[in-house]
Design a protein around this ligand. Sequence first.
Ligand code: SF4
Length: 413
Amino acid sequence: MTETGQRKEIRAATRMKNLLTEYYKELDGAHAHGQKVAWCSSVGPAEVLRAFGFKVYFPENHAAMIGVQRASERYIPVANAAGYSPEICSYLTSDVGAYIQGWTPLEKAYGVKEIPKPDVLAYNTNQCRDVKEWFSYYSREFNAPLVGIDSPKYLDDVEDVYVDNVVAQFERLIRQLEGITGEKRDEATLRETVRLSLEATKLWKEILETAENVPSPLTFFDGTVHMAPIVLLRGDQRAVDYYEMLRGEMLERIKTGTAAVDGEVHRLYWEGMPIWGKLRAISEQFSELRSCVVASTYCNSWVFDDLKENDPVRSMALAYTELFINRSEPAKERYIVDMVRKFKIDGIIFHDSKTCPHNSNARYGMPSRIKEKYGIPSLIINADLNDLRLYSEEQTKTNIEAFVEQLEGGVVA
Ligand code: SF4
């Protein structure tokens, strides 16, 4: 047992820290060992890059670490002065500002002094336009080629016409990488990489689904930490090994009746981006209120069920086009309601993240529609993923407290 409010440590976290240190050290030493480095957006074509032998670096993880280390407020103004608006993605502005100032959170976290220089940058706009603009900046800065996929957006059903388009773009991207590396595509390696990605993603899904258990063995806040390998190492055996270990620990928690939140009374859903600099504080407040945030859209965004090793390109095109962030309001609403039922949720927290409209779903009436149609209550938190100047600690605390109190009284408006 822990004191109320304290997060329960997951044993596998030690392995993960070592794994991430290994991952960042490999990137740091890549050029010295004659290896190439590709930068990739978080739901970008990682499998293709790995199959071409690139070490793959994800700027979004780097930017989230700036948020976790609460350094964004130092660097966002630097990017603003360089012409990047305070209104756009605070991952982009934190990251570009830190780069201009020659600072990286990797040093404190992993003893790595600088970000790896790219030999190529590959994006997919399935999540937003900002990743393309962000990578364009670094493409100019490092004089490295920029390649990518411009995804069809806001889809209701993911019809063949869209997938065909993305398949053609994947094929073009592969030809571009052949030109850049001087190497022919290796179909067997691509299939194997997709197979490993699928294996890791299935395990990750199983882990997230352990939270269907009452009480839940893990929280959304745990998920934001333990999702790192599925983002950074999908297509790599080490992600599979790690998630086998983590799944074992979650199943053991279920068997022994170990709850992530002692005395779990309320089960909540987190919709939207994490507030990286405040994860611990918010998580502890929910625990004190005996409320477990059991599931989220965010952590589930790296579940790619439709990958197929025997049809790698088309299955990647489908998996990376059908993801939640790329869908219409009705498709998103259906997804959230399904998740609420599956995880036996009492209420939803919508994080309206000021600089990420793409991953903020409280702006077009969704919370009221879900309340009206399904009777599911929600709370909207106005904040930001990285920019803590847009976050009011007191107001958020009070609102969460009031929301949980109302859930207790069954009188949420
Ligand atoms: S989805 Fe949001 S947080 Fe992620 S890169 Fe795009 S704007 Fe930034």
